[in-house]
Design a binder for this molecule. Structure first.
Ligand SMILES: Nc1ncnc2c1ncn2[C@@H]1O[C@H](COP(=O)(O)OP(=O)(O)OP(=O)(O)O)[C@@H](O)[C@H]1O
Ligand SMILES: [Mg+2]
Length: 636
């Protein structure tokens, strides 16, 4: 007998199901899409335990005729397309005819359904792909599908599931997106017996956004409603004072289908060009409608990726529609702005699309706002002293503190913006597995720090040293960044407790990322706890991070975890450590006192064998006396 044989049906079904049903939220997505395709005006999703034990989707749509019920569970059985030519013109969300089959192959699924023409409905139960029960049943018009014990027969898949809270957060995300994509449907979402949200279904996107995200967000958004040729762009987009440090609050739909699209995201960025600060991203809920034959939705089994026949036209239409909306809004607030926006309307689309597409990878740019240096109690070096490059006198040097004395022991209070909130900055937070601010182990002084003399600082950025027949230049930011990075990585970050805890609203997917990485965030210095369905409270920030920057920083890190489809979690964590290390580091163009320079230099020398910042730029550049003398032709 040959080595190759065809897999039996049950195994083949499980493999195929794996493509469609990755996790509980995929089941929820497929069932909701079926309800939308059945033109339901009311959809209710109920889940328990992150969807692993129970998912139920109820709709008042067309229902399935009793003669079709069993067929609906077969692979490639669909009422939505008939032949190949239909693939070019898909007007429904589903078309592959495999969702029900896949879901029922890996769970215990029950369906109860009735069409308008029937007096009695139909009940059918399928377990692990096998029909278990089928009979007539009284029920209201529409369909209810219940999915229990997901992955009960695929233990390998079960192992990959995350905590219930995380899986629930993924489902919340899907429900939010679904509700936003169909404002004409009244959508109810119930999690573990609690009503999470309920949209009115009045076809008003503003009311839908209000039901899903609350009034603060919906009030800060402006309406987009544009139609040009075959394209219509409708929805809401953030006014200038609503932005986020990542793209997680950008919801795009194409003909009511929730999609992932770098192109649409770039179009939005272009529309807001010069409107938002670098590192801030717009918020939107936008549906782009176009003829079905101008978009290919048959790209991936999950059906969230689309290809447009004309990317340029889609891009241009989105840019114009959003700009138009922002301009109209700005007209009320600032007449000058109107002229500026009109000027910006000329979009060189094809070129921009090409260029920006190239740059897709660099989406999440981190912005570094100025942060106070960690040692602040000493007056800065005077200008004259700097200009003259006067060497620090020996006696003065002796007074300078050793690294052990460095941590800012004092409780420092500083004023924060208008709210004048006080931050208590504690150098050592007791009763926490945090850290001593020290690079070297206390007892063994492993690394020998060379004798050096600080000559001064130039350009507010580089420290000049003389040491053993050498001149050394140190990049203060790179050095401090590396010191911070090593400390956080090896010992965890120091925390500063904030007097007024910050409440941060997260999207459901962000919530999932936060749940999964809670301990890591704690180690990074963010002391957080859950607060309601969609927000967390931050009680402490990593030391040396400004109070005003805390929220953006946390969101930025969460965002970078979410762009992690390809890279590993440890890469994302490492990147998060860089980010905090960088933000907490002394910036360039910042005058340092002698004491600060001395401390920084010592700590950087203590990083044995490490001579670059985490991004690979050098911390130090050395020039020997010999080299200098050669330059001046004292020696040949
Ligand atoms: N809630 C529902 N209301 C009415 N009909 C439904 C519902 N759910 C499923 N169906 C019927 O069952 C068929 C099979 O559903 P299934 O989700 O497996 O495939 P599909 O939606 O056609 O394609 P896809 O696999 O892309 O979702 C559908 O084509 C539809 O006719
Ligand atoms: Mg379907």
């Amino acid at each position: 007998m040959g080595k190759i044989s065809v897999l039996d049906k049950a195994v083949a079904e499980k493999i195929a199901a794996g493509e469609v049903v990755e996790r509980p939220s995929s089941v929820v997505k497929e069932l909701i899409e079926n309800s939308f395709d059945a033109l339901a005006t009311s959809v209710t999703v109920e889940i328990e335990k992150g969807g692993t034990s129970y998912i139920r989707v109820t709709d008042n749509g067309s229902g399935i005729a009793s003669e079709d019920v069993a067929t609906a569970f077969l692979r490639h059985a669909t009422s939505k397309i008939k032949d190949e030519s239909d693939l070019e013109n898909i007007a429904t969300l589903g078309f592959r005819g495999e969702a029900l089959c896949s879901v029922s192959a890996v769970s215990r699924t029950e369906m109860i359904t009735r069409t308008q023409n029937e007096e009695v409905g139909t009940y059918m139960a399928v377990e692990g792909g096998e029909a278990k029960d089928y009979h007539a049943a009284g029920c209201p018009l529409g369909t209810t599908i219940t999915v229990r014990n997901l992955f009960f027969n695929t233990p390998a898949r079960m192992k990959f599931l995350k905590k219930d809270a995380t899986e629930a957060a993924y489902i919340t995300d899907i429900c939010q997106r679904a509700a936003l994509s169909h404002p004409e449907v009244s959508f109810r979402y119930i999690r573990d017996g609690r009503d999470i949200f309920f949209t009115p279904g009045d076809n008003q996107i503003k009311n839908t956004v209000r039901a899903v995200f609350g009034k603060d967000i919906s009030n800060a958004m402006v309406e987009v409603d544009s139609k040009e040729g075959v394209y219509a762009v409708r929805g809401l987009t953030g006014s200038n004072n609503l932005s986020r440090p990542n793209r997680n609050m950008q919801y795009f739909f194409v003909n009511g289908r929730l999609v992932k699209s770098a192109l649409l995201s770039m179009a939005l960025t272009e529309a807001y060009k010069n409107e938002l600060m670098v590192g801030k991203f717009p918020v939107c809920v936008l549906d782009i409608s176009l003829p079905c034959d101008m978009v290919d939705v048959n790209v991936h089994p999950a059906k969230t990726e689309v290809k447009f026949v004309s990317e340029e036209e889609v891009y241009r239409n989105v840019v114009m529609a959003v700009r138009d909306a922002i301009t109209k809004n700005a007209k009320n607030t600032n007449p000058l702005r109107q002229a500026q926006n009109a000027f910006k309307m000329a979009v060189d689309t094809p070129k921009v699309v090409q260029e920006t597409l190239k740059g897709t990878k660099s989406f999440v740019k981190s912005t570094f706002t100025p942060v106070k240096p960690s040692v602040t109690e000493v007056a800065p070096v005077k200008k004259e002293e700097k200009k003259l490059f006067a060497p620090v006198k020996k006696e003065e040097k002796k007074l300078v503190s050793t690294p052990e004395e460095l941590p800012v022991k004092a409780i420092e209070t500083l004023k924060v913006s208008e709210s004048e909130v006080l931050i208590v900055k504690e150098a050592v937070v007791k009763e926490e597995k945090v850290v001593e601010e020290k690079v070297l182990p206390k007892e063994e002084t492993v690394v020998e720090i060379p004798d050096f003399e600080i000559i001064g600082q130039i350009f507010g950025t580089y420290i000049i040293l003389e040491s053993d027949n050498e001149m050394i230049l140190i990049d203060q930011h790179a050095a401090h960044e590396r010191i911070n990075y090593e400390k956080i990585k090896n010992q965890g970050a120091m925390k500063q407790t904030v007097l007024l805890p910050v409440n941060i609203t997260l999207t459901a997917r962000e919530m999932a990322v936060w749940e999964e990485n809670r301990e890591f965030f704690d180690r990074m210095g963010f002391e957080t706890e859950v607060f309601g369905n969609d927000s967390i409270i931050v009680r402490a920030l990593p030391s040396d991070i400004d109070y005003e920057d805390g929220e953006a920083l946390l969101l930025e890190i969460i965002g970078s975890f979410m762009g992690q489809d390809k890279g590993s979690v440890s890469e994302a964590r490492d990147k998060a450590i860089y980010t905090v290390a960088c933000k907490a580091a002394i910036k360039a163009n910042h005058t340092l006192s002698v004491k600060e320079m001395d401390a920084l230099v010592r700590e950087s020398f203590a990083l044995e064998g490490i001579s670059t910042c985490p991004h690979g730029r050098p911390i130090r550049v050395n020039m020997t006396k010999y080299h200098i003398e050669k330059m001046f032709k004292r020696i040949v």
